[in-house]
Design a protein around this ligand. Structure first.
Ligand SMILES: [Mn+2]
Length: 339
């Protein structure tokens, strides 16, 4: 058994997903927005190689549904080959969005990639690391059963990882797919549950570790704040470090504006820069550009807009870009099935 290794846990990649509600605005950096999920995924590949992780686990929703064309698949295979060259294995379970993809089923992946069965849970043992990984993908878009009941018990001599796309015990705003319970997960005797489906990062438990890493790129104004993956370090069969690493290339943050003295949308607009910059500074993380040169290119015509969502693209000296929403908040163009 290897004394120490690390792995990446990511989920909800939604490759080539549109960033909803942005492209139609004049002045929006359309090309940057369109490629955001790929560039965030490139950051994940770079991180895996830089950190020399042993493997990458992807807990579902690799794609955003059926591809518009084959380029999405070719792109993904190309990046898997990069990991192959780096000696990094990849373990994937299909999520509800992947189940909708027909072309995916015919994709030839390099042999460093394991796509778990959608029929029953499978176990893969990595002898060199002393690791067992268990997973089952979604055969159809809506899985309503607790599929973890059929997951095997963990091997007490190995470091056990469960890979699962699930709503857990129900999260507001998320489709109730593959429900399960924390107690049910605990009962398996695994050391780490690598979950996907919920787009907001959350550590559910530390003993054992049960983690939603969130998605790697916010796709609309309801997917706020830094997005990325979880980097896990294991030593002598125990988790010794769990940290979030940002991967996003375009970020949403939320700023509250006092519009009590604003009569028109233009009045609100005038407030935006200073407020937005303060907010963005709070949000700023390594690698984020200063948003000071940004401009607000569009806002709703509501009389009393109360909410501003600022997208902070990493566009170097081209600055930031943001969008205002009306007082109804983040319901504009909402899709109930986006996750
Ligand atoms: Mn998802």
């Amino acid at each position: 058994m290897s004394d120490q290794f690390s792995f990446i846990h990511a989920a909800d990649i939604h490759l080539d997903s549109a960033l909803h509600g942005l492209e139609r605005y004049e002045g929006a950096p359309v090309d940057e927005i369109r490629s955001a999920t790929r560039r965030a995924f490139d950051n994940l590949i770079d991180l895996a190689i830089d950190e020399e992780v042993a493997f990458v686990s992807l807990a579902g929703d690799l794609y955003d549904g059926d591809w518009k064309d084959y380029n999405t698949g070719l792109y993904f295979v190309n990046r898997m080959n990069r990991l192959h060259v780096g000696g990094i294995r990849v373990f994937i379970v299909a999520g509800n969005h992947d189940a909708a993809s027909q072309i995916t089923k015919h994709l030839r992946l390099p042999d460093n990639v394991t796509l778990f069965s959608t029929k029953q849970p499978e176990q893969v043992v990595l002898e060199d690391l002393g690791v067992a990984i268990y997973g089952q993908g979604f055969p159809t878009r809506a899985v309503i059963d607790d599929i973890t009941q059929a997951y095997p018990q963990g091997d007490p001599h190995l470091f056990n990882i469960g890979l699962l796309h699930t709503c857990l015990d129900g999260k507001p705003g998320h489709e109730p797919y593959a429900p399960c319970t924390v107690d049910g997960l605990r009962s398996k005797g695994y050391q780490y549950w690598a979950l996907g489906h919920v787009h907001k990062r959350e550590v559910i438990s530390e003993d054992p570790w049960i983690v939603f890493p969130g998605n790697i790129q916010g796709r609309h104004a309801r997917e706020l704040d830094p997005k990325g993956c979880t980097l896990v370090t294991v030593e002598e069969g125990e988790v010794v470090n769990v940290e979030h690493r940002d991967l996003d290339v375009f970020r949403w943050s939320r700023c509250e504006l006092d519009v009590s003295s604003s009569e028109t949308a233009d009045d609100v607009y005038e407030q935006v820069p200073a407020k937005r910059i303060r907010c963005c500074r709070r949000q700023a993380r390594r690698g984020s550009p200063s948003p000071a040169r940004g401009h607000c290119c569009s806002y709703s015509a509501a009389r009393k807009p109360r909410t501003l969502a600022a997208g902070i693209p990493r566009l170097g000296n081209r600055g930031g870009w943001c969008r205002c929403l009306d007082g109804k908040g983040f319901n504009e163009n909402g899709r109930s099935d986006f996750i």
